[in-house]
Design a protein around this ligand. Structure first.
Ligand code: CP
Length: 310
């Protein structure tokens, strides 16, 4: 399977066949992760750079681990320690990295559309590792992979997404992907954290968490993104938790075999209590492992396409 794109900028522009191909490739990569030796030669001779303008633990490290497992040369640049701090523009920074023989540039940026801005100007493939409130495609892919792995299918799954939908690029990417794959998506959030476009994207907007979670196969909590709020969007953390936390009483409304997901990092006791985060229904730790497999798959598929075109 070859991706039909130079870059991975979002789920919106991927076809159902491409999503299935990435998930199938990640399935093979996951076998590498469980082997005694995790070294493969899929990216031998390739160079992968991560350029992060926002903090990250999972995304940045999993891309770095994925690159190293597959034999690439990899390096990280943080905006805070680069010439960005001397006023260098995004496009100049990206073009400078491109000129150093970079095959793949992975970027996280607080502005929606930043990866889309630089991609046409670079020879390197660009991967969006999260742009503002727009998309986080590899997070959605690892979420789809985890759901498919646990439930055996995506089509017909009932998925509840609960929390700060307004600021969530994870929710938007998941919505594009889940609807494309034939899942039913229900969303619930405080009115101030509910963007108007979600029903146009295909989600059923529920007035309570109970309506969203009832009979769900998957219950996904979202992080409250205080850093993106100019002013408080709800009266208090305690009230948010009271009405929108994925707690045990909400979970009892879901199917008995429902899985609990969260992209992380999680505010324990706000988005869900620790007892749910660590419960048998939680697949949050497996999401992290699957993130490495998905990023291996995406890096492999993008670099394979480059090699075929050269
Ligand atoms: N889910 C996610 O993007 O986590 P990080 O911010 O730690 O990368």
């Amino acid at each position: 399977m070859i991706l039909n794109h130079k870059d991975l900028l979002g789920i919106q522009t991927l076809s159902r066949t491409e999503i299935e191909g990435i998930l199938d490739t990640a399935q093979m990569m996951k076998q590498v992760l469980s082997a005694t030796s995790k070294k493969t030669a899929h990216l031998q001779g390739k160079s992968v750079i991560t350029l992060f303008y926002e903090n990250s633990t999972r995304t940045r490290l999993s891309f770095e681990m994925a690159s190293k497992f597959m034999g690439a040369s990899s390096a990280n640049i943080s905006a805070s320690s680069s010439s960005v701090n001397k006023g260098e523009s995004l496009i100049d920074t990206a073009r400078t990295i491109d000129q150093m023989g970079t095959d793949v540039l992975i970027i996280r940026h607080p502005q929606s559309g930043a990866p889309h801005l630089i991609a046409p100007h670079l020879k390197a493939s660009v991967i969006n590792a999260g742009d503002g409130m727009n998309e986080h495609p590899t997070q959605a892919l690892l979420d789809l992979f985890t759901m498919r792995e646990k439930k055996g299918r995506l089509s017909g799954l009932r998925v509840a997404i609960v929390g700060d939908l307004m600021h969530s690029r994870v929710a938007r990417s998941n919505l594009w992907g889940l609807i494309k794959m034939g899942a039913e998506v229900r969303v619930a959030a405080p009115a101030t954290l509910l963007p108007p476009e979600l029903d146009k994207m295909g989600a059923a907007v529920c007035s309570s968490i109970q309506d969203a979670v009832r009979d769900a196969d998957v219950v996904m909590g979202l992080r409250i993104q205080l850093e993106r709020m100019k002013q408080a969007s709800f009266p208090s953390i305690a009230e948010y938790a009271r009405f929108f936390a994925v707690d045990q009483s909400q979970l009892r409304l879901a199917r008995p075999d429902a899985i609990v997901m969260h992209p992380g990092p999680c505010n324990h006791g706000v988005e869900m209590p620790t007892v749910v985060y660590d419960s048998e229904q939680s697949v949050i730790q497996e999401q992290v492992t699957n993130g490495v497999a998905i990023r291996m798959a995406v890096l492999y598929l993008l670099t394979s396409r480059r090699s075929q075109l050269q």
